[in-house]
Design a protein around this ligand. Structure first.
Ligand SMILES: NC(=O)c1ccc[n+]([C@@H]2O[C@H](COP(=O)([O-])OP(=O)(O)OC[C@H]3O[C@@H](n4cnc5c(N)ncnc54)[C@H](O)[C@@H]3O)[C@@H](O)[C@H]2O)c1
Length: 326
């Protein structure tokens, strides 16, 4: 089976591609390798992938309509797609709003068009986000909850992706599954995310900034659990039952952890104490996230198994070795 993985030089795309290759699949990877964060980290991930049989890579920007035909040629023979390319990050969307229109809205439409014209195409899995729940107070967040009050442009584009996909499932019968990811972390993780920033500061004896005075909770989900869910979704296209072949799932750890507990576990794994600077809440951020995963458990058998006590030390082990702190 030939699968297109977009955002393959990114954190989740890299791990997803490895899992698909490990079980003998063929993977066509696309990424623009943009400089939102360390390009050398993206290149290091790609180097690992390029060493594998069954992997091919195309450096393409999915928001560039001039390269649409080139992208179409690159994905010939693909029957499934895991679309993870996007401009991620809530905070970046405050200062760089147009990046989100290009990489989240235009690029998503490119993928919808490419997939619907692909002969024998079977299933498109795409990334959404827990941020679509905005400032909802009811916890845990359930896929039945309303999601019409995004509090960042990032969240608005992710919700728009779900609507765009639904319309293509309805119009063209394009089978799709949207996954609302909850704070993913682990080896090869993103340098713009809190865990990496904290580890980098603590190890270099710099203070860490803790927002909302530490009064935050997140459903931290380990990358291996996420990839298991992504691949389960990939393997199970939704059937056309009463409506279009379209499903949306939360994919999280189903545990909401206080930020200060995460910092404690990180300090333990690094063997160093953090110097903490308290800061007020940041624009666009939510105070708490907590995934109700009933639907993905029932339909896809998803069972996350990694607590932060196990996952954070695994992240630290990679962080130290990748950055030469051993
Ligand atoms: N990591 C998380 O905690 C998390 C949480 C919620 C949702 N998500 C979503 O999951 C997906 C993957 O996230 P990630 O953490 O791997 O992010 P990432 O930034 O590591 O990976 C995204 C990749 O997409 C590429 N890209 C961006 N714009 C592109 C374009 N126009 N054309 C081609 N490639 C482009 C980037 O170069 C990058 O390598 C994203 O859609 C993100 O919004 C992630």
């Amino acid at each position: 089976m030939k699968t297109l993985v977009t955002g393959v030089a990114g954190f989740i795309g890299f791990h997803t591609a490895i899992r698909l290759l490990d079980r003998g699949g063929e993977v066509v990877g696309i990424d623009s390798v943009n400089d939102y964060y360390s390009v050398s980290l993206k290149r290091a991930r790609l180097e690992k992938l390029l060493a594998r049989d069954g992997f091919s890579f195309h450096k393409l920007d999915l928001s560039d309509r001039n390269t649409y035909a080139k992208t179409e040629t690159a994905i010939k023979g693909v029957t499934r797609t895991v679309h993870l390319a996007a401009q991620a990050g809530v905070r970046h969307s405050i200062d760089h709003p147009f990046d989100y229109v290009d990489s989240n809205l235009v690029a998503h439409l490119t993928i919808l068009e490419l997939c619907r014209h692909q002969p024998n195409f079977e299933h498109l899995v795409f990334a959404s986000s827990s941020s679509v729940y905005g400032g909802n107070r009811k916890l845990p967040f359930s896929i039945e909850d309303r999601t019409d009050s995004p509090i960042s442009l990032y969240a608005a584009t992710k919700r728009a992706n779900e609507h765009m996909s639904y319309s293509y499932a309805h119009l063209y019968g394009l089978p799709q599954t949207g996954l609302r990811f909850f704070t993913v972390y682990g080896p090869w993780g993103r340098p713009d995310m809190a865990l990496y920033i904290f580890a980098d500061s603590i190890i270099n004896s710099r203070p860490i900034e803790v927002f909302n005075h530490g009064e935050m909770k997140r459903d931290f989900t380990f990358i291996d659990d996420i990839v298991t869910g992504v691949v389960a979704a990939h393997d199970n296209p939704p059937a056309r039952a009463d409506g279009p072949p379209y499903k949306i799932y939360n994919i999280g750890n189903n545990r909401s952890e206080p930020l200060m507990r995460l910092i404690g576990v990180l300090e333990g794994a690094l063997g160093r104490k953090a110097e903490i600077v308290q800061r007020p809440m940041q624009m666009g951020d939510v105070k708490e996230s907590f995934a109700d995963i009933d639907a993905i458990q029932t339909d896809l058998g998803f069972e996350p198994t990694t607590s932060i006590d196990v996952g954070v030390p695994k992240f630290v082990e990679w962080f130290k070795s990748y950055n030469g702190y051993d």
